[in-house]
Design a protein around this ligand. Structure first.
Ligand SMILES: Nc1nc2c(ncn2[C@@H]2O[C@H](COP(=O)(O)OP(=O)(O)OP(=O)(O)O)[C@@H](O)[C@H]2O)c(=O)[nH]1
Ligand SMILES: [Mg+2]
Length: 344
């Protein structure tokens, strides 16, 4: 799943992208957007390595996409927005280092997303109405009529000024809108890019709600800090009386907001984390590892990292009956280490 960094021109998207992924965006590719991976840190990985002493460690990553900035004048935004259609989650980067009205920017950006959605839905309704004028077999006619009605409800919801992620769409409505990958339906997080000397970031974060989480990060400063040696950095932080942003926490928040989670596989060969959508099953987890594991799936053997660390090893886990046998439809939990039994 792609996580799109979006926002108005010059809000600090590329700076944030650079800091989170460690990859400097190529200015020559700025107009098309670019993607890079951000490893998802987890303190449990190191602990598992102490148990297994694996030859190899592999860490799951989020895919971040740096997009070209949107114009406040609403010019050429449709093309820029097209780039983030396939993103599963949006991170709105709003500037708060240049004296602009940050909260107004956040609202206005939402309006841009809703306008883009309205255009798409209206276009589809118009085409449906054209088709409905023609003679059609009855089942097809009913189906198109149903789609038109459902989209009419969705359109009214957007027109009333509520992004779709906030309106409680029925499963039926979601089914109809899915193909359009509407922007205001995507889960979203706001990162306010504060000035290096911002003294009161709470004036932004206190507006945070469960529907619209807001974090404040001095992205420019963090990027500079990340380029320093540990020593210089510690000294700089002491002198400036800084509390550095917890980058690991931020990346895990992005994972949460995008509806994803990690699970573990562990052995002497490799300790590894894998991404899975939250609510994903043992079969989906097997498929992420290798399609063969899903095809020949027999069962998943599951233990919890916490149990393993407490008892000290797999032998103890088995002796204490802490290894569970789970079927295809078992829902993977945070902290699961899984081993897939499969036939070829
Ligand atoms: N003071 C300050 N300046 C920043 C900060 N973040 C970015 N800038 C500056 O703002 C300008 C734009 O930053 P970028 O990261 O390129 O912004 P962007 O959102 O990628 O810009 P576009 O891709 O053109 O839309 C650069 O000159 C940065 O140095 C910050 O936290 N503080
Ligand atoms: Mg940029």
């Amino acid at each position: 799943m792609k996580i799109g960094l979006v926002g108005y021109q010059g809000s600090g998207k590329s700076t944030l992208f650079h800091w989170l992924t460690g990859v400097a965006p190529d200015p020559a590719a700025a107009h098309v957007g670019q993607s890079a991976m951000a490893a998802i840190p987890d303190p449990r990985i190191e602990k598992l390595c102490e148990v297994y002493h694996p030859k190899k460690v592999t860490i799951a990553s989020l895919e971040l996409v740096d997009t070209p900035g949107m114009s406040r004048a609403h010019e050429g935004n449709a093309a820029r927005l097209a780039m983030i259609r396939e993103a599963g989650c949006l991170v709105l980067v709003a500037a708060a280092f240049d004296g602009g009205d940050t909260m107004a920017d956040i609202r206005s950006f939402d309006e841009d997303l809703m306008l883009a959605d309205m255009e798409i839905v209206t276009g589809r309704i118009e085409r449906l109405e054209e088709s409905l004028k023609k003679p059609l077999p009855r089942p097809e006619h009913l189906q198109l009529e149903h789609e038109r009605e459902t989209l009419g409800i969705v359109l009214r919801a957007i027109e009333s000024g509520n992004p779709l992620r906030e309106s409680h769409m029925s499963e039926e409505q979601r089914k109809v809108t899915r193909a359009f990958r509407l922007l205001s339906e995507k889960p979203r997080l706001v990162i306010v890019n504060t000035a290096d000397d911002e003294s009161d970031p709470e004036r932004f974060t206190s507006r945070s709600t469960p529907e619209l989480p807001i974090l404040a990060v001095p992205a420019g400063l963090e990027l500079e800090l990340s380029k320093m040696s540990a020593e210089d950095r510690a000294e700089f932080e002491r002198e400036m009386d800084l509390v550095a942003t917890d980058r690991d926490h931020l990346i895990r928040t992005l994972m949460d907001v995008s509806g994803q989670m990690i699970f573990f596989t562990a052995g002497e060969k490799e300790v590894r984390t894998w991404l899975l959508r939250r609510g994903g099953t043992a079969l989906e987890a097997a498929d992420n590892i290798h399609t063969d594991l899903a095809r020949g799936f027999i069962r998943a053997e599951v233990m919890a990292v916490a149990d393993l660390l407490r008892v000290g090893g797999e032998r103890e886990i088995k002796a204490q009956h802490l290894m569970r046998q789970e079927p295809k439809d078992y829902v993977i939990q945070d902290d699961d280490i899984i081993f897939i039994r499969f036939s070829v």
